[in-house]
Design a binder for this molecule. Sequence first.
Ligand SMILES: [Mg+2]
Length: 423
Amino acid sequence: MNRRAFLTRAAAAGTIGAGAVGTMAGPPTSAGRGKTSRKITEVQVYLVSVGGRHPVLARVLTDEGISGVGEAAIAYGIGATAAAGMVKDLAQEFLLGKDPFWIEALWSEMYDHTFWSKGGGPIIFAGISALEQALWDIKGKSLGIPVYEMLGGKMRDQVRVYANGWSFRCLKPADFAREAERVVKDGYTAIKFYPLASPEMDVAGHIRHVARRSVDRSAEERAVASVKAVRDAVGPRIDIMLDVSAELTTDAIIRLGQRMQEWDIAFLEEPVDPFDVEALKKVSEQVPIPIAVGERLYTRYGFRRVLEQHAADVLQPDIGNTGGILESKKIAAMAEAYTMRVAPHNCASPVSTAAALQLDACIANFLIQEVYPYRIPEHFRLVDHAPEREIRNGLMPIPDRPGLGVELVEEKVRPFLWARCRL
Ligand SMILES: [Mg+2]
């Protein structure tokens, strides 16, 4: 028997990739797995509105009475309704009736058979991420272990975090300095802000990014003065990260980045469009500050060229929109092979933070975790154990509870139930 004949016969017999694309009908239902009766019976989608953000949460229920949670990390910007719809469509088409333990198989099914995933963006991968996280949560709870135990085990008991969101009402350099000082007093040893953005001054505290890819000289001078003011305020021992959210052209950010190096910046985030790898590489070569990118790159395929070109130094996959926990771990492994570190992006509800912690626990090239600790209290009350509430001295402990270690608080999320799919 030649190799091809062997593989064909073995697959048909179910010994290789039973349920794999091209061989059988997809990940098995409970009926296909002997004595196991475990199957997904319901998926609930919550389109939450809290503090001007709109977390999209998924809860996957099984016939064994165990449920899992996950988040499509589109809580900011535009697209939460689309992400909620994506979670609903994916759940109906790929999850109901399936065994929740077959996480890799279900991910592959979603990737291969949604059609729009190949070359797709945040909505589809946020939907996949939410469901993937929930499957890990179910599996961890079923086995009585945290998710990181299934991903190699933890390498640390707590993770260093950097605070974001504290500067959203700052306009003048003195505002940035005052608020940065407050954050450092709260125990944080690393802080990030947006020197080119300006506050919307709305109730929810949004910021407005640069329009039309340019700023005038006074805005540029204000940005430089703000970074200097923050450095002067916090002293030399605090890490400062700058996010410029791909706001300028390549030449302009290179010039500005070269000026910023004087203030000992830990990394410069998204200096240009994340998919313009050549421009990213050009900035990396000409700005002597580590370059970070990744919150708008999706799956290992989306990160591939950045790695191959060595176009950045720090990768920032968002566990809630790049494809989930295991996808982020694969991206981290690729980054390790290219001598880069990972600082997971995180800008959604505490469910996302909990999921990110499971990854942070078990990757060797972990750098630092992003958190938004200054959201309104209601934001953190969506779950029973918001990880942000446990931060002390800039360190966030990794919980040892089964699964992701968080449960939705029923009375807080119930008003936001948006869709319910049942078997
Ligand atoms: Mg960013």
